[in-house]
Design a protein. Structure first.
Length: 215
């Protein structure tokens, strides 16, 4: 990646993170509730899947309530494990009360549970653009993980609207999401970019098609 883009991305990360950590408790709670409701209403099929998620960090959307809802319908949940800096993430099954150790950034990592392959991933961008690309923390872990997975999981980016940006200046290694979900609703990532969709039936049909490899 050109140094100019690296520096540009670094500056955008700092700007967005500063905005995100400054959000009030009341705003964050309301946005979390709106995103959780959209996820549970729009992606019922995740109840039948292995769902990779993340432990919230630096003011990110908290996915644990959605995970709780899907697990209640039969889903298996998994948290990422950093094996080494240049390798894809590994995912270990997680459930409430499971033994954990401290991983990168002191985030919890399940201890001794099954290593699983996610069929769907909740991915937390720092920023997301109008074509569904995500700006991450810069380590490239999710990019390497997605590049290594075949078939591809259902890729759902979850973020607050304050993370929206015109473009992340995507590079060849960047992989767009299938959906971006914010407090404003569910956005399909299509040929024309992000499209807000209020018809949950349409969301469910497209998610099922992507999960089946038919998109």
């Amino acid at each position: 990646m050109p140094d100019s883009i690296k520096q540009w991305r670094k500056a955008r990360r700092e700007e967005i993170l500063s905005r995100r950590v400054s959000v009030t408790t009341e705003e964050r709670r309301a946005w979390n509730e709106a995103i959780t409701a959209a996820l549970l209403e729009g992606f019922l099929l995740l109840q039948q899947m292995v769902v990779g998620f993340y432990w919230p960090f630096k003011g990110e959307f908290d996915p644990r309530f959605a995970i709780h809802g899907w697990r209640g319908g039969g889903a298996r949940a998994a948290l990422p494990v950093v094996i080494q800096k240049s390798a894809p993430l590994q995912f270990r099954e997680w459930w409430p009360g499971v033994d954990t150790s401290k991983g990168v950034f002191d985030l919890p990592v399940p201890v001794g549970t099954d290593i699983v392959t996610p069929q769907a991933l909740l991915i937390p961008p720092i920023g997301f653009d109008l074509d569904g690309y995500r700006l991450g923390y810069g380590g490239g872990y999710f990019d390497r993980t997605l590049a290594a997975l075949a078939p591809q999981p259902l890729k759902i980016g979850v973020a607050f609207e304050l993370s929206r940006m015109p473009s992340i200046q995507p590079q060849p290694h960047d992989i767009p999401m299938d959906f971006i979900v914010t407090e404003n609703g569910i956005h399909i990532v299509g040929p024309a970019g992000l499209e807000l969709v209020t018809d949950r039936t349409q969301v469910a049909a497209l998610a099922s098609a992507i999960a089946a490899g038919c998109r």
